[in-house]
Design a protein around this ligand. Sequence first.
Ligand code: 4SX
Ligand code: FE2
Length: 341
Amino acid sequence: MSGDLPPAPDVVRSSYAELVVTDLARARWFWVEVLGLHAESDRDGVLCLRGTDELTHHNVVLREGPAAALSHLAYRVRTPADVDRAEAHFAALGCPTRRIPAGSGTPGVGDAVRVIDPLGFPVEFYYAIERGERLIQRYDLHRGAAIARLDHFNIVVPDIDAAYGHYRGLGFGCSETIEDEHEMYAAWMYRKQTVHDVAFTGGAGPRLHHLGLATHESHQVLHIADILGSLHAENHIERGPGRHGVSNAFYVYLRDPDGHRIEVYTSDYYTGDPDHETFRWDVNDDRRRDYWGNAVIESWYKEATPVLDLDGRIAPIEESRIDESAIRVGADGLGSPREVR
Ligand code: 4SX
Ligand code: FE2
């Protein structure tokens, strides 16, 4: 059946996300002063932020609005024709689509198309975007977690198999999964040559689980946790620092003043060979989500950001059959006692 569809757009990478925040000044404190993203533009209640390696206008856009939400995820495509391909492809899937002419959408972005994808997420595809200044060697400007790029989106979906099938249809590879003999609980999928551009967490959705922001050095992950402690802002640290089993990345999860979750992420691996094989974790392996076996706090599995439809209304949320946290983690958020072998 997918053979009859107009071809999928050639997606280069996950490149930015636009979030609605309820107090832009408070958000600016967190994202710029503490986390260390660079403000590229700040006009009309829209703040565009960029990591030091990013050569386009932004990686994160914060827009002030009435309720915390995801406005859209955005993927950069390879050519201007891929924007048209995205529109035709999603229209043929029966999805709502909308053209966003240059200058009428997110600052800096050229002609784009926004869709509500089959999983219920607002997703933008664009080719053209303004350039940004190269900051990688402006060490004098690096601060906080020294964020370099956007690495990935993690989305909460009630149906992992449907999410996997949809992104396979968009030409994504699968680097890792968490599964057992009956069920896939999570999957990590990529276009760029890293572990992922998007990953799926099983739960009530569509909701945004987190934005993964890359930093270069593991000490930056420790440093941002130390800074938050010093500011008595330790309530913004949710999980970690630690080492993931999946991806091998060194990580910490933070929550912004609106509860949007951010992962500071470093040291995953190359996936670009044509015969790259999926690495499959058993859901009963306690190293899968933290390689040192530390329990995952319950809020990490359960809390997430609602998403908007193309008219800016909060989208309805569907309950989930899958609950990975029920495998080992109790209602208290603590894992089962460790058995020492
Ligand atoms: O918790 S996991 O180790 O499965 C994990 C979560 C691995 C990579 C990620 O980016 C992530 O958010
Ligand atoms: Fe992540």
